[in-house]
Write a protein that binds this ligand. Structure first.
Ligand SMILES: Cc1cc2nc3c(=O)[nH]c(=O)nc-3n(C[C@H](O)[C@H](O)[C@H](O)COP(=O)(O)O)c2cc1C
Length: 183
């Protein structure tokens, strides 16, 4: 099975989760061909070939990122880094496009193609989450969600991830492959 994992990330946390999910997918199905794609490199052709599409991004303003939130976030973290005298190195492509923009150009999938959505978010109650919006867009593009949207917890805006979250992501990726729909 071809699996595409498309992710957006400003500071690397969502990338780390995407990598862990890819490890889990391969662990559960060593024969799976997994493409781990930063959203800026995720071409429609490659995504269309996947029997399972997994999409994730950071939570901004309780939902998916936008051009404005990405810019604000990068500026704020650059200033913080300057104030602390350390170098600021955002993820390549952090300025955009984000997952929200990417969906606008994504063609519809054959109805019922499997998909899953995840995000990174803060651990407090009203943090919101980008995964719900991602899941909604997947459904409106013809995809069928194999599991409910999932959030992985960061300890601060720039990270790091809460201890144990990459392991949980790996297990989530493996579980995804073990859903009855895949057997
Ligand atoms: C402008 C901005 C707004 C944010 N708003 C929220 C929010 O509403 N809820 C939340 O849980 N996290 C929020 N965060 C924190 C992000 O969830 C966090 O930066 C992200 O998960 C880190 O992932 P990344 O390293 O892949 O970018 C915000 C971050 C930025 C930069």
């Amino acid at each position: 099975m071809d699996v595409a994992i498309v992710y957006e990330s400003l500071f690397g946390n969502t990338r780390t989760i995407a990598e862990a999910i890819a490890d889990g997918v391969k662990e559960a199905n060593p024969a799976a061909r997994v493409a781990l794609l930063p959203v800026g490199d995720a071409k429609a052709d490659q995504v269309r070939e996947a029997g399972l599409l997994i999409v994730g991004g950071p939570t901004h303003m309780r939902g998916m990122t936008s051009g404005v939130t990405r810019r604000k976030g990068l500026e704020a973290e650059e200033n913080t880094a300057k104030g602390k005298g350390r170098e600021f190195r955002p993820e390549p492509g952090a300025e955009g496009p984000g997952v929200r923009d990417w969906f606008q150009a994504l063609p519809k999938a054959p109805s019922g193609t499997l998909a899953a959505a995840f995000d990174t978010r803060a651990g407090f109650k009203l943090a919101g989450g980008a995964a719900k919006g991602i899941a909604r867009r997947l459904r409106s593009h013809g995809y069928k969600l194999a599991v409910p949207p999932e959030g992985f917890i960061i300890t601060d805006t720039e990270g790091p991830l809460r201890e144990g979250e990459p392991d949980r992501a790996r297990a989530w990726g493996a579980d995804l492959m073990r859903q009855p729909v895949h057997s």
